[in-house]
Design a protein around this ligand. Structure first.
Ligand SMILES: [Mg+2]
Length: 195
C-alpha cells in the first residue's frame, strides 16, 4: 500500500523548535511573551509587527529547518512499514518560497536522520488540495499530515487521512487523530488486515 507522509510536525519537530526560536527572539525584542496562546506561532502568538516578523522569520527559517530533529519513532516505524511491504511517499509543502533550495536541504536532512522513503514530492501548499492531488495521482491510500486544511482536502478526495495531533489542530474533531508513530503504525497494520 502507498502511504503519504508529510514532513514538518509528522517526521520533524518543527513547531517545537520554531516556538523555542520565537520565544528567544521575543526576549530580545520587548519580552512581551506569548500574548495569544491560542494563535499559531507565526500568526499572532506574539505581539510582533509585520516588519519584526518578516525580519526574523525569513532570515532564520532555513537555519531553523536544518536544525530540526525527528519526532520519536519516525525513522523506526517508517522503516518497519517498508519492511512490511508498504511504500512511503513523502509529500511536503516546503516548495513554498521560504527556502533557497528546499529539495537539497530536505534530502540532506532526511539522509542525516536515516529516514527511508520510496518517492518524495514537493508542493507549495498555496492551494488546499495540492497534496490530495499528489495522493490521487500516486494511488496513496493513507496520508498522514498535521495540517487541517490538507487533511480535510485529502479526506474529501476519498483518501484515508490521519491527522497528527498538535496543539494547533485540536478543533478538527471529525478527522482521525493520531498522536505518535506507534499509533500510526498500528492503524496502518490493522487497516491492511481489514482489506
Ligand atoms: Mg506539516
Amino acid at each position: 500500500m502507498n502511504i503519504g507522509v508529510d514532513i514538518d510536525n509528522v517526521i520533524s519537530n518543527f513547531n517545537e523548535v520554531l516556538l523555542k526560536e520565537f520565544i528567544a527572539h521575543d526576549k530580545e525584542l520587548r519580552n512581551s511573551g506569548i500574548v495569544n496562546k491560542n494563535a499559531y506561532i507565526t500568526r499572532g502568538m506574539f505581539d510582533w509587527t509585520k516588519e519584526e516578523f518578516d525580519d526574523f522569520y525569513y532570515k532564520n527559517i532555513e537555519r531553523i529547518a536544518k536544525s530540526l530533529n525527528i519526532i520519536e519513532g519516525a525513522d523506526f516505524y517508517i522503516k518497519k512499514l517498508r519492511q512490511d511491504g508498504h511504500k512511503i511517499y513523502i509529500i511536503t509543502g516546503r516548495d513554498n518560497g521560504e527556502y533557497s533550495n528546499p529539495y537539497e536541504m530536505t534530502l540532506n536532512w532526511l539522509k542525516k536522520y536515516n529516514i527511508e522513503y520510496d518517492e518524495i514530492f514537493f508542493t507549495n501548499n498555496f492551494s488546499d488540495d495540492e497534496k490530495a492531488n499528489v495522493c490521487l495521482e500516486n494511488n496513496v491510500k493513507i496520508m498522514i499530515d498535521d495540517s487541517k486544511k490538507n487533511s480535510y482536502a485529502v479526506a474529501k478526495a476519498g483518501i484515508t487521512s490521519l491527522l497528527m495531533d498538535t496543539e494547533f489542530n485540536r478543533d478538527a474533531k471529525d478527522l482521525i487523530r493520531v498522536h505518535n508513530w506507534q499509533e500510526i503504525y498500528e492503524y496502518i497494520s490493522n487497516y491492511k488486515e481489514e482489506k
